[in-house]
Design a protein around this ligand. Sequence first.
Ligand code: ADP
Ligand code: ADP
Ligand code: ZN
Length: 209
Amino acid sequence: MKVVLLGPPGAGKGTQATGIVERYNIVHISTGDIFRKNVKEGTPLGKQAKAYMDKGELVPDELVIALVQDRLQQDDCKNGYLLDGFPRTTFQAEAMEKLGLAVDKVVDIQVADEILIGRATGRRVCKKCGSTYHATFRPTKVEGVCDECGGEVVLRADDEEATVTNRIAVYHKETAPLVDFYEKKGNIVHINGEEDAAVVQEKIFAALD
Ligand code: ADP
Ligand code: ADP
Ligand code: ZN
């Protein structure tokens, strides 16, 4: 199964991805996670991506497409994949088609802008294992310490309010047109992402089963 998770920053893509990949035995490919890893390791790709990410802008299409093309050719993708955060522009979606990278289903997680700001600014991420928490909705047992690995749990550099506001604007301008793009292909489902994470999960499973 080849699935795309679509939704604005803070919609709950990463949160929902964990259960989806487990249920369908597919690999989770988050372009945001891949970029953050490269930034942390100071690779050439990370150095190119960092300035865009810090401002809440999109990394140029060519860089992202090359990265995803390479990743999807790896052996673990044979059974299917969940793309989280890609494609993010019509150009990227069209490039996928040209490269023959299939999409069976698109899950569009919908959340109103006012809610997104609180979700993203409250998001806390483990520096060591990447687990995601929320200061109010999903706190760690011990403040600042990851439940999973004991690592330090911090605010993501691009989750400061001004940057989040820009990322939401970029979503509406660059990514929201993809809803229409996949609507025309007839393979998109819309999920209300404002409910409890567990309820959202059940609705996604019902749509994908
Ligand atoms: P969120 O989970 O908040 O939606 P991501 O972790 O997916 O954010 O992405 C973080 C940043 O990484 C984006 O703001 C952007 O700079 C960059 N990025 C990730 N995926 C893409 C993509 N497909 N195209 C362009 N930039 C991307
Ligand atoms: P995305 O990957 O779409 O940017 P995340 O999955 O990282 O979004 O979620 C953003 C923040 O909102 C995280 O702190 C997460 O714990 C929290 N969150 C996710 N889903 C829900 C939900 N349904 N209700 C409340 N908070 C949520
Ligand atoms: Zn951790």
